[in-house]
Design a protein around this ligand. Structure first.
Ligand SMILES: [Zn+2]
Length: 671
């Protein structure tokens, strides 16, 4: 217990209370709109979806499955084997909102009351489904009671357990009610009786990682080291020979769920012990959740070999296997990574959940190394690959996030079956929608980090923050119009005694950042350490910092090894990647060409797409019509182009108007 700085002992029964090192309230601007959307639209809509009340949407059955497992409803389990996790993620998101609502009086009481009721109702249903020995999983309880833990590779029991553990911690944080926390503690203790190295236990580990990072959270919330130990066991055992997945598939009680068993353990990142893994492979969400836990343990246990593996896996992911949007996992086949620089735009998978995983992994790496490059990537992922998965009204979703779409191909060709150009009301496999909800609810946790007596400003977001430093609590206020404008103001609203550091991230996209302290210029190159300008001084209440991040429109080229992007550019302004849509620019977007040095105009449109900065430029579109026997002609140098005014909108906002083509990468005119 004394080793855990996150925990304060509340009473003699060793009941711990999570004591966040920081609390952030979002007060206005871009992210306030999302936060309001979260409690006004997203969570109520998803609650209806989980209760099968959305007409025309695939049935979730998630809550009904818990009632069936509890014996309070008749009927059969329905849905994916991991259907429990949808409710768990919703509960986690709701827990965050209730935590925010407790300190934010702009959130209406009615929201708090109604959401609180739903959480209480859902927690009661979950608790009722828990078995006398602590086990909790509706698929196995309702459908396969004799096959518990018999198919770890496919059956997602430990994955669902992990999400419910995260929910238990979040609901406790948000409400102070221990009911769900106690349920998941009993469940985790039950799991510890089943898995481990001690005699008679199974030496298994999850097919879909998630419980590892959740157990670290449970340890931080309770101070109980046994949960950290179980997380370490799962991470350390992964990839050991002989393969547990091979052994279980030979057991008499094994029953395949998705067809024939495969020995491709790279899909589950179980092809080698985690400390030997250097390349991001396999199912991209599983990979990220594993890397998050590895980084967690590298930090908690000061484990250098885990940290080394994390850095290599980071480089593999971000330097060679990530889209310009921050999307990862380029192949539908296995929802997986493929090979370096294989990043097709039109068949991209880039699952929303994988982006969420990368965002969290980035923050663990920032915690580990204090380098801003991780938060640069986190920002790219958040503004482009995560919120692209959510419609502007909060009720339509993308699971797959392509960078190029041609609707007739999606409608007619099996190659593009996974690529949607209309956002969906729900999914049979609905992992992404509630995952977006929980990341929006917890966004405040990622804005700042504290270490010793230094505050790291990792993201720009309007709000107030209370930050625990070694020498006391510092309070900071941040304001501006980010991501549309790069001028950001900070005010120290409560200083600590003696010197303290404020380290401000200078984003990698910004070449000419400037900073003033109480109106006096600060040399941002001199104090720049690993991407942060570090100001170490004795702060006074009322001190101000003005950061200016100029946001010219940038044209990005890709590494020439990315075949799909060769000879093309992507448009970025500030942290936002832009795209062309058919509803603004007409069809045939793949023939659009930008001149060598386009003149970009930048205008903020208040009434469009929820308020966005639109970029326009003169370009060309092909007017060639081929009329031969075949679609080929001898000399393409005769191509005729017509000048057009091109309109670029932020990628995250695409597919919120008329359906049609979309592209991120645009050809550049060769002079
Ligand atoms: Zn997903």
């Amino acid at each position: 217990m004394e080793n855990n700085p996150h925990v304060r002992v509340r009473d003699s029964k060793m009941v711990a209370e999570p004591e966040p090192k920081l609390s952030v309230s979002i007060t206005s601007g871009f992210w306030k709109r999302y936060q309001t959307l979260l409690y006004e639209k997203i969570l109520p809509y998803q609650w209806s979806a989980l209760n099968d009340e959305i007409e025309g949407a695939p049935k979730s059955h998630s809550i009904e499955n818990f009632r069936i497992a509890a014996g309070t409803s008749n009927g059969e389990f329905h849905g994916m084997v991991f259907q429990d996790s949808d409710l768990a993620k919703w509960l986690e998101a709701a827990g965050y909102v209730l935590e925010i609502a407790a300190r934010d009086d702009t959130i209406p009481d009615e929201v708090r009351r109604k959401l609180g009721q739903r959480v209480t109702e859902a927690v009661a249903v979950v608790a009722a489904a828990q078995q006398p020995d602590g086990y909790l999983n509706t698929y196995f309880t309702a459908k396969e009671p004799n096959r518990r833990w018999s198919n770890l590779r496919e059956a997602h029991e430990l994955y669902c357990a992990g999400h419910m553990i995260e929910a238990g911690v979040a609901v406790y944080r948000g409400t102070g009610d221990r009911t769900l926390l106690d349920v998941v503690i009993r469940f985790a203790d039950h799991i510890a009786t089943v898995f481990g190295r001690d005699g008679g236990k199974r030496r298994g580990y999850p097919g879909h990682q998630e419980i590892e990072l959740a157990l670290v959270k449970l340890y931080k919330a309770t101070g109980e080291r046994r949960f950290l130990g179980l997380a370490e066991y799962f991470i350390d055992e992964r990839g050991a020979e002989p393969s547990y997945f091979d052994l279980e598939s030979q057991s008499g009680n094994f029953k395949p769920i998705w067809g024939p068993n495969t020995r491709d353990h790279a899909y589950n990142q179980a092809h080698a012990p985690v400390r030997e893994q250097r390349t991001a492979v396999g199912h991209s969400v599983r990979a990220m959740y594993q890397y998050i836990a590895m980084a967690d343990l590298a930090i908690e246990a000061r484990d250098a070999s885990l940290a080394e593996a994390c850095r290599a896996l980071w480089d593999s992911t971000v330097k060679r296997r990530m889209y310009v949007t921050g999307g990862i996992g380029s192949s539908r086949h296995g929802e997986a990574f493929t090979i370096d620089f294989d990043l097709p735009n039109d068949t991209a998978y880039a699952e929303t959940c994988a982006a969420i995983g990368l965002f969290i992994f980035a923050h663990r790496m920032a915690e580990l190394d204090d380098h801003a490059r991780y938060c640069d990537t986190a920002e790219r992922v958040l503004y482009n690959a995560i919120i692209s998965g959510l419609s502007l009204d909060g009720t339509r979703y993308f699971y797959v996030n392509p960078l190029e779409v041609e609707p007739s191909r999606c409608d007619e060709s099996g190659t593009y079956e996974h690529v949607k150009y209309r956002r969906q009301s729900w999914y049979g496999c609905a992992c992404c929608p509630p995952n977006v909800a929980r990341i929006l609810g917890s966004l405040g946790d990622y804005v700042y980090r504290t270490k010793g007596n230094t505050v790291f400003v990792d993201h720009f977001l309007n709000g107030t923050a209370s930050l625990s430093l070694d020498s006391g609590t510092m309070e900071l206020e941040q304001s501006g119009k980010y991501p549309w404008d790069g001028r950001i103001g900070f005010t120290v609203t409560r200083a600590v005694d003696g010197p303290a550091g404020i380290a401000v991230r200078i984003p990698d996209w910004c070449d000419d950042a400037s900073l003033t302290l109480n109106g006096e210029p600060v040399d941002v190159t001199e104090g720049n350490r690993d991407g942060y300008v570090v100001l170490h001084r004795t702060w006074q209440t009322g001190d101000t910092l003005e950061l200016d991040l100029p946001m010219p429109v940038r044209m990005l080229s890709a590494d020439p090894r990315i075949a799909a992007d060769y000879g093309k550019v992507a448009i970025q302004r500030g942290p936002l990647v832009y795209c062309l849509e058919q509803c603004d620019n007409g069809p045939g977007l793949h023939t659009v060409t930008l001149p060598e040095s386009p003149e970009f105009s930048v205008t903020f449109h208040d009434a469009e797409l929820g308020g966005v900065t639109v970029i326009t430029a003169r370009g060309f579109i092909s007017t060639d019509e081929f009329v031969g026997e075949t679609p080929y002609a001898a000399d393409r140098r005769t191509e005729t182009r017509k000048p057009v005014e091109l309109k670029f909108v932020p990628y995250y906002a695409w597919a919120n108007r008329a359906p049609g083509e979309m592209t991120v990468w645009v050809r550049r005119f060769e002079s």
